[in-house]
Structures are given as structure tokens and as C-alpha cells.
Design a protein around this ligand. Structure first.
Ligand code: TGC
Ligand code: FAD
Length: 389
């Protein structure tokens, strides 16, 4: 059992079922034992810890909320959220891997795919034997994916895809890409397999953020895929946006995991570091920072838990998810920045976690809908007036 307990100021443990606590503790132990010892170096070396994938599969963390008949764990939303929280306590890159695999690739195959597609991919992806990526963003179309130019043209029993995607997590290591493209009948989703002629996925390097995660371009040059690789049950932007609602939900929990790690580190550091003859934690300014951190974490944990319960009851709307993703990642980023400051010079080193989390959270605040895009989604929801254009 790991010694890590995690901040739980409002005794939220009492709100969890036995199964949820068990899943949380299992993930927590995995992170403490297998991730914490190696993640700093992986981050410095800009390497995704691929060797952890089989164990993540064995523990049932990928597509954990999908049914057991497809080799998945069949967990409820809160247990799924807790997995994300604990993984991101380790590193946002690891949680990203699991989010993309589960919410952005396995989920659309499950929700929009044929039975053949489900049988082919879901059990193997749950085990981590196959890896997936999700191609929506393009070089010139990020916040506004409706403008995408990647296109698919029907040619007999095949589709011919041309275009490019950018900033794609897992791209270079993926066996299959879920690719969204314009067609004569609107945006549609296709499964493009590694090795298909005309398809390449070069890695994007020189990142200061999410260094322990693979980010790639996807390039399509007359890539031919069979009709059987198209999702038959979805057309229009609501296809990819539906996937984002699943992934954003997990990220709302994940953000709190990173924030908890930063808070714990700042508390421990300021209790033990002395300046002016007493521990830093004994100064009012430091206590104010800690009080703000623990308050924001508690609010974020409650928001994530309540969202999970709404999801369980089938009452969660995409706008509810936007509120939690926006708040929890935004506050986690604030907390990581303050924690970094509280550690002084030590805070800039790889000996500590907070700067790694801080750099990661810059990406998390941008991807899956930027902080400001979620502001506009909420603004439209409460006023009825869209302010995107
Ligand atoms: P809009 O007209 O609002 O909607 C089009 C259709 O989609 C429906 N819809 C949704 N459905 C499910 N979930 C959602 N969140 C939905 N939002 C909208 C909507 O009801 C409508 O359906 P219908 O039946 O009427 O056709 O679309 P819009 O073009 O005005 O766009 C709105 C906007 C700006 C909010 C949307 O484009 C947006 O969310 N932009 C942000 C883009 C984004 O988040 N990209 C993420 C790329 S993937 C990624 O970042 C992965 S990182 C992974 C990792 O490493 O963890
Ligand atoms: P832009 O859309 O150009 O936005 C730039 C700035 O302008 C932002 O501050 C934004 O909030 C603001 N802005 C934009 N529109 C408005 C507006 N209407 N009003 C006010 N302000 C606005 N995408 C995928 O498809 N798959 C992935 O796996 C994936 N993984 C990623 C991994 C990483 C590490 C990163 C950094 C990104 C990833 N993305 C992925 C892409 C991500 O979703 C986009 O970066 C994000 O949607 C924002 O798009 P953009 O970068 O083009 O920024």
C-alpha cells in the first residue's frame, strides 16, 4: 500500500462507494510504485514511458467505463474519474495517454462503430496491445474544428483521405487513428491504420510541456481506407464533440490530481524549510497561499464528484462538463504556479514536481477546449447568445 493519502479536507472519501475507493487506491498505488520513481527522468528526456502500458491495461484503466463484454472494466463515472485523478497526480502525460485511448478512441468505436470494429479494437485496446490516437485539430483549425479542411472522398468501396492534423497525442505510437474529415455529407469519422500507404505520423519535438507524452502530426496523402473503416452511425461535428465531452470529464478529475500533488509538495516543503528562524509555513503569507490552495482543491473535488453523479444519473450536459474542465484545470494551473513560487529556487528543478505539473497544465488548459472556449460555452448556456464569432 502506498503511503500517499492525498488531501481530502471535506472527507469526500465518505461519499465514495467501496468499489470507487478500491479503484482509487489501486491506481494510487500503481502511480506511487511505478510512475513516481521514473517520471522526472522521462520528462527530462522527453520520453513517454511506454513500458507502463501493459500494466495500465492489466489494471483495467483503459476504457474503464466501457462494458465488460468488450474486455473493459465496466466501471461507473466516479471510479473512472478517480483513475484520471490519480494518474494525473503522477503526470498529465500519463493521464493524457489514458484519456485519448479510452475516451477519444475506444469510446467513439463503442458509441459510433460497427460490431466488427468493436470486436477488432476494443479488447486489444483495453489490454494496451493496440494504441489509438484522435485526429481533430488541424494547423489552421484548433478552437474551430468546424472549419477543418481534411477531407474524405468516396471512390467505389473505399474512401480517399487528404489533409493534415496537428498536435495529436499518441500519434507516432498509434496503431490506429480516429480521423475526422469533411465529406459530401458533412464531417465523418474514419479508422486509419498505421502502415496504410500515404499515411504518416511524424513526432512534434521541442515541447516545454507534456514532455512525457508523444505529440504528432498526422499527414494524409491520398490515403485509401475501406468503407468498413468508417463510423456508420454519426455525421456532423457532434461526432467528435461527443468524444470531447467524455475526455473533458476525465480531465476535470485529472486537474485536481495534479493540483493535489502540488499542494502536498508545497505544504511539506514549507513545513520543513526554515528561513528567518522558523518554518516557512509559519508565516502568514505562506499560510494564505496554502489556505487558498486547499480551498480550491476541495471545491474542484466537489465539482468533479457532483458531475460524476450527474453523469451516472444521465443528467450531465456538455456545458456541465465545460464548467468542471475549465474550473479544475484553471485552478490547478494557478495552484501549480503558486507552489512553484513557494519552493523558491528548488521549485525550478526536476527534484520536485510542481514545475513539471505547471508546464504540463499549460497544455491541459489549452487542449480539449481552451479555458476561454469553455468560458464562451458557459456564456452561451446562461445567456442564450453565442459569442464565438
Ligand atoms: P455547435 O453548433 O455548437 O455544435 C455542433 C453540434 O454538436 C453538438 N455539440 C456537442 N455534442 C456533444 N458534446 C459537446 N460538447 C457538444 N458541443 C456541441 C451540438 O448540439 C450540435 O449538434 P447538432 O445535432 O445540432 O448538429 O458547433 P460550433 O461549430 O459552433 O462549435 C462550438 C465550439 C467552439 C464550442 C466547439 O467547436 C469546441 O468545443 N471547440 C473546441 C475544440 C476542441 O476542444 N478541440 C479539442 C481537440 S482534441 C484534444 O484536444 C485532445 S487532447 C487529448 C489529451 O492529450 O488528453
Ligand atoms: P487557437 O484556436 O488558435 O486559439 C489561440 C488562442 O485564441 C487561445 O487562447 C484561445 O482561447 C483564443 N481563442 C480562439 N477562439 C476564440 C474566440 N472565439 N474568442 C476568444 N478567444 C478565442 N488535438 C487533437 O485533435 N487531438 C489530440 O490528441 C490533441 N492533443 C494535444 C496535445 C497537446 C500537448 C496540445 C498542446 C494540444 C493538443 N491538441 C489535440 C490540440 C488542442 O485541442 C488545440 O491546441 C486547442 O483546441 C486549441 O487550438 P489552437 O492551439 O489552434 O489555438
Amino acid at each position: 500500500m502506498s503511503e500517499y493519502r492525498g488531501v481530502d479536507y471535506y472527507l469526500l472519501d465518505d461519499l465514495l462507494t467501496e468499489e470507487e475507493r478500491m479503484v482509487r487506491d489501486m491506481t494510487r498505488d500503481f502511480v506511487s510504485e511505478a510512475v513516481m520513481p521514473i517520471i522526472g527522468e522521462a520528462y527530462e528526456n522527453a520520453e513517454f514511458p511506454l513500458h507502463l502500458v501493459p500494466k495500465i491495461g492489466e489494471l483495467g484503466m483503459m476504457g474503464a467505463n466501457l462494458p465488460e463484454e468488450y474486455g473493459c472494466a465496466g466501471l461507473g463515472p466516479v471510479a473512472y474519474g478517480l483513475i484520471n485523478q490519480e494518474l494525473e497526480r503522477g503526470d498529465s502525460g500519463l493521464r493524457s495517454f489514458v484519456s485519448v485511448q479510452g475516451s477519444l478512441v475506444m469510446w467513439p468505436i463503442f458509441a459510433y462503430g460497427t460490431e466488427e470494429q468493436k470486436q477488432r479494437w476494443l479488447p486489444a485496446m483495453a489490454k494496451g496491445e493496440k494504441i489509438g490516437c484522435f485526429g481533430l485539430t488541424e494547423p489552421d483549425h484548433g478552437s474551430n474544428p468546424a472549419g477543418m479542411v481534411t477531407n474524405a472522398r468516396k471512390d467505389g468501396d473505399e474512401w480517399v483521405i487528404n489533409g493534415a492534423k496537428m498536435w495529436i497525442t499518441n500519434g507516432t505510437i498509434a496503431d490506429v487513428a480516429v480521423v475526422w474529415a469533411q465529406t459530401d455529407e458533412g464531417i465523418q469519422g474514419f479508422l486509419v491504420e498505421k502502415g496504410t500507404p500515404g499515411f504518416s505520423a511524424p513526432e512534434q519535438k521541442r515541447k516545454f510541456s507534456l514532455r512525457a507524452s508523444v505529440t504528432s502530426e498526422l499527414v494524409f496523402d491520398d490515403v485509401r481506407v475501406p468503407e468498413s473503416n468508417r463510423f456508420p452511425d454519426i455525421k456532423g461535428l457532434k461526432g467528435p464533440l461527443g468524444c470531447l465531452t467524455q475526455a473533458r470529464y476525465g480531465i476535470a478529475w485529472g486537474g485536481m490530481g495534479a493540483a493535489m500533488a502540488c499542494y502536498d509538495e508545497a505544504l511539506d516543503y514549507t513545513l520543513n524549510r526554515e528561513q528567518f528562524g522558523k518554518p516557512l509555513a509559519g508565516f502568514q503569507l505562506v499560510q494564505q497561499k496554502l489556505a487558498n490552495m486547499v480551498t480550491e482543491i476541495t471545491k474542484g473535488q466537489l465539482l468533479a464528484w457532483r458531475l460524476g453523479k450527474l453523469k451516472e444519473a444521465g443528467k450531465a450536459r456538455p456545458q456541465h462538463v465545460s464548467m468542471a474542465k475549465r474550473n479544475n484545470v484553471g485552478r490547478a494551473l494557478d495552484i501549480a504556479r503558486v507552489a512553484r513560487d513557494m519552493l523558491g529556487a528548488n521549485g525550478i528543478t526536476a527534484e520536485y514536481q510542481c514545475m513539471r505539473h505547471m508546464c504540463n497544465l499549460e497544455s491541459v488548459n489549452t487542449y480539449e477546449g481552451t479555458y476561454d472556449i469553455h468560458t464562451l460555452i458557459l456564456g452561451q448556456d446562461v445567456t442564450g447568445i453565442p459569442a464565438f464569432e
